[in-house]
Write a protein that binds this ligand. Structure first.
Ligand code: ZN
Length: 343
């Protein structure tokens, strides 16, 4: 790996270690969290910080390899790995070195928290579930790892790894965990990023799903022949992928998946400070009446694009229009306290 050491020496020191605290992002019950905290209080946390010297960095990369920790942008995750990232965050840091424009050169510091699958409590965390969907069974392991690293970019896709700043946590697995060598469920193999980008581009172009599947199959054969997957990625599109692709597309267009539909609609069409995903929605709005409990019993939204209005005047004014069909559209009734908007 080409390592620009001259850059490292000009960067500020890595942040102070927080290894003594149990990260709140770990999926543990309160009892398990207390046990991990007690363990750290009794024997201390493992790990260390690394200087920007060839010796220290070599040691850091050896440790990552030994622990089988993948760092996105540098190494791929083996689908059989027990370690999964529960939390990641990053921020930019200006170095004293100047780029060609004379501005400070920026690097990015990433912090990631990994947790051993044999310690994951599926009823805890951001998306708790009664059913254990984790491939590995619980084995009383306490292993979790914090990796702080410095990268060229804040984007995972091209975030060339420059240096490892810290590896800490509880770095050893319990004996009962090490004894577990077979997964209960088949591993989840992520779609190859190139194939995902290709498919997402087709979604953006509003290509029908069946056509997307055909084109992805052709793309996959041209790149990987008849291979289905490897230990890192899958080359075949599944029905779950289409859900994920359309979710990504909606997110790109400002449709927040964790926001209720009525809240999204109100954000786009409210009178004060409307924030539509595309300006064309505002241009097309001719009437918006949110449902306000106690004031009215209906939500109403009338949209007509400038082209539709032009066509309506051209073909409909003082003439008879025969419609091919009519559509009923069932929508959830949005609640809002904002006053109706008329045009
Ligand atoms: Zn473990």
């Amino acid at each position: 790996m080409p390592v620009p050491w001259s850059v490292f020496r000009q960067m500020r020191k890595s942040p102070p270690s927080k290894a003594e605290a149990v990260p709140r992002h770990l999926r543990l019950s309160e009892e398990e969290r207390r046990a991990v905290a007690d363990h750290i209080a009794a024997v201390g946390a493992d790990g260390r910080r690394y200087e920007y010297t060839p010796e220290d960095q070599d040691a850091a990369f050896d440790t990552l390899e030994e622990l089988r920790v993948h760092v996105p942008g540098f190494s791929l995750r083996d689908v059989n790995s027990k370690l999964s990232i529960q939390y990641s965050t990053h921020s930019s840091i200006n170095t004293t070195r100047k780029n060609a424009s004379g501005d400070p050169e920026t690097v990015w510091r990433w912090t990631r928290i990994y947790q051993c699958a044999c310690s994951i409590n599926n009823e805890s965390g951001f998306r708790p579930s009664k059913k254990r969907l984790v491939g590995w069974k619980k084995a009383g392991c306490m292993c979790w790892i914090r990796v702080v690293s410095t990268h060229e970019s804040g984007s995972v896709k091209d975030s060339c790894l420059l240096a490892i700043d810290e590896i800490s946590g509880i770095l050893t697995h319990a004996e009962s965990c090490t004894a577990e060598s077979t997964m209960d469920l088949p591993p989840r193999i992520p779609l190859h990023p190139e194939l995902r980008d290709f498919a997402l581009d087709l979604v953006r172009r509003h290509i029908p799903l069946t056509q997307i599947q055909i084109e992805c199959r052709t793309f996959s054969r041209s790149r990987w022949q008849d291979a289905v997957d490897n230990v890192n990625h899958r080359y075949i599109l599944t029905s779950q992928d289409s859900t994920s692709l359309y979710r990504s597309y909606r997110r790109e267009n400002g449709m927040m998946q964790r926001t209720r539909p009525e809240d999204n609609l109100d954000k786009w069409f409210r009178t004060e400070n409307p924030m539509p995903p595309i300006p064309a929605l505002t241009e097309a709005l001719i009437h918006y009446q949110p449902h306000v409990p106690g004031e009215n019993d209906r939500f109403m939204l009338l949209l007509s694009t400038p082209q539709q209005r032009e066509m309506a005047w051209k073909f409909g004014h003082k003439r008879q229009l025969i419609m091919e069909r009519h559509l009923w559209c069932m929508l959830r009734t949005p609640s809002s306290v904002h006053p109706p908007r008329h045009r």
